[in-house]
Each structure stands twice: as C-alpha cells, then as structure tokens.
Design a protein around this ligand. Structure first.
Ligand code: EPZ
Length: 419
C-alpha cells in the first residue's frame, strides 16, 4: 500500500478536468458481455477498479484493449460464465457481471462478493429480482450458482432503490422474453448512462432516472460497431469542490454535468462558497473564508445528497465555523474516517448513523490511514487544510476510484506528493 504526503495551507487555484465516472464505466463494461459487436468506450477513468473489471472480462474470454481514456471490448468469443474467486473477491463491482452473463449464457457462477469497509453490502435484492426473471439460484459454500432455461420478462419491485440491483436486473431483462418493468428503481445518473449504452447497442430501455424503468426484452435492433462516451464523474467533481472549499480556493471544474452535482453545489453554498455555473459543463467555486457550518446533511438515494460525498463533506465540516450534523442513511458503517480525522484534531461524535461535528479552526498534520475509497479522499482533503505534514497510508483504496488525484491537486497548487 502506498502513501500520500501533504503539507497543508496552500489555496487551490486553477482548473481541473473531470474524468469519466467510475460508477458508470463499471456496469457499462459488464454490459459489453451482452453484445458481439466491437464496442469503443471513450472518457474512461484510469483507475484500479477499471483494470480489475477488464481482467474479469478477459477471464471470461472477451477481447479488451485499454489505451488512455479509450477502452475497446469485443465479447463475441466470450465463453466463460464462471467468475474466478480471486477476481470477484478483489472487485465488489464484479457483481455487475451477474445480469449480463445470465443474459448471454443463461447461467452464472461466482463467489459471493462479500461485504467491504463500509458495510455488509448484501445482494439479496439482486438475487430476488433475477429470480423474478425466471432464474434459479443456489448458494453453496460461498459460491452462487445461477441458471435459467430462458429469462422471462416480469414486473419487479425493489424494496429499496438499490443501484446495483437496478443495473443487474436491467442487464438481464434486455435478454428476457417479453416486457419487464422495474418499480422503485434507483434514479442515479449512472443508471441513465447504462440505459443510453444499452439502447446504443440496439436494446430498448426507457424510464431511467425516474423510479420506473421499462425494458422491451428480446428485441435487438442490429447495431454495427458502437462508440459510447462515459458520463463525467459527479463524485470526483464534488470531491474537488470540497477541496477548494476547505483551502480558501478558487477552482474551475471542466467537463462536469451540472445537473448531476446540484446536491453538492447546494451544500457548499450553505458554507458560504460562491459557486457559478459558467457553461453546462463548467463550474467555478470560490471560497473566500472559513466555511460556515452545515446544519444538517442526510445522505439518500439520488436525487438526495450522495452517500459517496459524505466523507469529503465530513472533512469540510471538521474545519467549519460551528457544529454540523451528518446522517448516513445509505450504508451502515460509513464513518470510519471520523476516527482518523480525530487524530488530526477534528472533533466529532458518532451515534449510530448520525455524526455531530464541531468545527475547529485548525487541523494538525499527522499519520493517518485510509480504510475505504471516499474516506481516504477525505483524509487527503483534511491534509490539504491542516497545519504541517500529513502522511496518508492505504492509498490503494483511493486509487480504486480517483484518477490523477495527486497530480490534479498538485496542479491546483497543493503541496502534495506520493511515496
Ligand atoms: C453503488 O453501490 C455504488 N457503487 C456505490 O459507490 C454507491 O455508494 C451506492 O451505489 C449508492 O449510491 C458502484 O456503482 C460501483 P446499493 P451499490 O445497492 O450498488 C443495501 C463508491 O464509493 N442493499 O444502492 O452496492 C446496501 O447494503 C461506491 O463509489 C441491500 O440491502 O449500492 C446499502 O446499504 C461505494 N441489498 C444500500 O442498499 C441488496 O441486494 C444501497 O446499496 C443491495 C443493496
């Protein structure tokens, strides 16, 4: 595991281009299994999770190429439906392979992805939704075997708008006989990106972004080779905006989708930041003073405040003027960064899913350890605002989901390096 070193106190200044969204490219890479065409994906982020997903596609017989921000996939010769244990364990998002592999081969075999640092991460809704599409599922000694003698369209109702379950059911239902409807579907922008990708490949999906998604299974309008550009990463954008707000910065973000970052814009305006929307893909944030407190933030499924920005916002609240409250409604164990931030002089109390954060004027650099992707980013942001040197270990977590994180922050004026 690598380390990142920061010497805090520099204002961030300048512009940064936001790359493609991790949480869009991963399900879309899985969906490539549904096509036998040449697929070219543009604006892909260079991150460890993408590398891992490509390894999984290769292990199933797909041909993949990755150069810069472009990935080419051809799954015509794919034969595998059994995911290797080490690969599916290494990448929790391998669960997204379930729907497309079932859609392609009528069977799938994989290790239960298990929980991770932020919670148990069950997959009951994935499995229940697929069973409604005529999939038989057996779980034995940690391995899950799925089989269907033909996917059949159905009305599926999700007890909770799970992003992954919505995506898996979409990717199986496009290959089912007849129509499917997903009720209480997740409404995240990444779902719309997946819908657009599936339709670019000749399938018929509509309603993504609303709570009801309709899929006309079995029909594929013949497509030649497909080229598709991944949507910008709204979570990376929000993370850089928090960094600017914490360092009294003046930062312009390029290649964003403004409609995807309204929740973080609204919260950062509460802290007194001046945020201007220059074009529909360019946003400028100026922070002229110490952030004001944020009285209450509750994470929720989209269009609520995204759980993936809870940790970066938590770091900002640690130096805000006053007391802020954050309620983490999506994952049951997503405040691990609080203990590490307290080593830097932050003051917070965690009661279950609620964090009460009393802002302090100054954090102090010290040694801290990242335990998950977004919590690790929060520690880096705290290091940018702290007095003195901060050493963040466990940076493999950060490299899973943020491309060029250190380079971009350094380009914006942070005193930061990677060991
Ligand atoms: C996706 O995870 C994202 N990951 C997560 O981003 C994101 O935090 C999450 O959606 C919520 O927006 C990717 O897209 C690769 P969920 P996912 O199913 O699909 C419970 C990041 O940092 N649940 O919407 O796993 C679950 O335990 C990552 O980029 C069940 O109980 O999220 C959680 O409490 C972290 N049973 C809640 O629902 C199920 O079958 C939301 O999970 C499925 C989920």
């Amino acid at each position: 595991m690598g380390k990142i070193i920061t010497f805090g106190g520099n204002r961030l200044y300048g512009s940064v281009r936001i790359g493609g969204a991790k949480n869009s490219v991963l399900p879309i890479l899985a969906a490539c299994m549904l096509s036998e065409n040449d697929i070219t994906l543009k604006n892909c982020p260079n991150i460890a999770d993408v590398t891992n997903m490509l390894e999984i596609l290769d292990s199933l017989g797909c041909h993949t190429e990755h150069e810069g921000d472009t990935i080419k996939v051809n799954a015509a010769k794919a034969t595998g439906y059994a995911m290797q244990g080490n690969l599916s364990r290494r990448l929790r998002s391998s669960i997204f392979m379930l729907g497309p592999v079932l859609g392609r081969f009528g069977r799938a075999s994989f290790l239960h992805p298990g929980g991770c640092e932020i919670g148990l991460r069950p997959i009951d809704m994935h499995l229940k939704g697929l069973e409604q599409l005529n999939v038989k599922i057996k779980e034995q000694s940690g391995r899950i075997e799925c089989y269907t003698n033909g996917l059949i369209g159905a009305e599926v109702h999700l007890d909770y708008p799970s992003v992954g379950a919505t995506e898996n059911i979409m990717m199986a239902a496009v290959k089912a006989t007849g129509k499917s409807t997903i009720h209480n579907a997740a409404r995240e922008p990444e779902i719309e990106d997946l819908q657009n990708f599936l339709n670019a490949n000749g399938f018929r999906v509509e309603g993504a972004g609303s709570g009801v998604i309709k899929i006309e299974g079995g029909r594929v309008d013949k497509q030649d080779n497909v080229e598709f550009s991944i949507m910008p990463d709204r979570i990376a954008a929000g993370t850089y905006m928090c960094a600017a707000a914490m360092t009294g910065g003046d930062v312009t973000l390029l290649n964003v989708n403004v409609s995807h970052i309204i929740p973080i814009i609204s919260k950062l305006r509460e802290t007194g930041c001046e945020i201007s929307i220059i074009e529909n893909d360019t946003v400028r944030i100026i922070s002229a003073k110490r952030p004001d407190e944020i009285i209450l933030t509750e994470t929720a499924p989209h269009p609520g405040f995204p759980t993936d920005l809870q940790a970066p916002l938590f770091a900002l609240c640690c130096i805000a003027e006053g007391t802020s409250v954050i309620v983490e409604n999506v994952f049951e164990n997503r405040f691990k960064h609080a203990a590490e931030l307290s080593k830097m002089g932050a003051y917070s109390m965690i009661k279950g899913r609620t964090a009460i954060i009393r802002g302090v004027p100054t954090l102090f650099g010290t040694d801290v350890c990242a335990t998950d992707l977004r919590g690790g980013a929060a520690l880096v942001l705290a290091g940018l605002a702290a007095k003195g040197k901060t050493t963040i270990s466990g940076t493999d977590h950060i490299d899973r989901g943020y491309e060029l994180f250190v380079d971009n922050l350094r380009y914006l004026g942070a005193d930061i390096m990677r060991l």
